[in-house]
Design a protein around this ligand. Structure first.
Ligand code: THU
Length: 133
């Protein structure tokens, strides 16, 4: 299910990405359970591993606002094909969304791919795996 407003928010915030090292700006927007939209960008650092992804920023904004469930996700970058979230971001998305939570991956040229958190991270590690009772 596409969410044009969510993708528009990701596209707009992408301009603010701080990516002087990769020169690869990414924008992300998430819709929380309340319907509110939260945005994030990648924020790089001269100590490269300290950089953070756009998805992580959007999730952090949602949690800081008091929400903890994802209704939908959109990610956009100026890439030849819709950019897939990195492994760490897939795990972060799985923490706050369900397997059927829709994820829109897009390029700034208008190519879109609709997927879900479950498709991006099949067989994900969850709290149930720690249940030994
Ligand atoms: N990046 C994201 O922000 N999200 C993704 O889904 C893929 C990669 C960022 C991390 C880094 O700042 C730049 O893109 C290049 O890897």
């Amino acid at each position: 299910m596409s969410d044009p407003d969510l993708l528009a928010a990701a596209r707009a915030v992408r301009e603010n990405a701080y990516a002087p090292y990769s020169r690869f700006k990414v924008g992300a927007a998430v819709r929380g359970a309340s319907g509110r939209v939260f945005v994030g960008v990648n924020v790089e650092n001269v100590a490269y591993p300290e950089g953070t992804c756009a998805e992580a920023g959007a999730i952090a904004a949602m949690v800081a606002a008091g929400e903890s469930r994802l209704q939908a996700v959109a990610v956009i970058a100026d890439s030849p094909a819709p950019v897939p979230p990195c492994g760490g971001c897939r795990q972060k998305l799985a923490e706050f969304g369900g397997p059927d939570t829709p994820v829109t991956l897009a390029t700034t040229d208008g190519v879109r791919q609709e997927t879900t958190i479950g498709t991006l991270l099949p067989g994900s590690f969850s709290a149930a795996h720690m249940d030994r009772a």
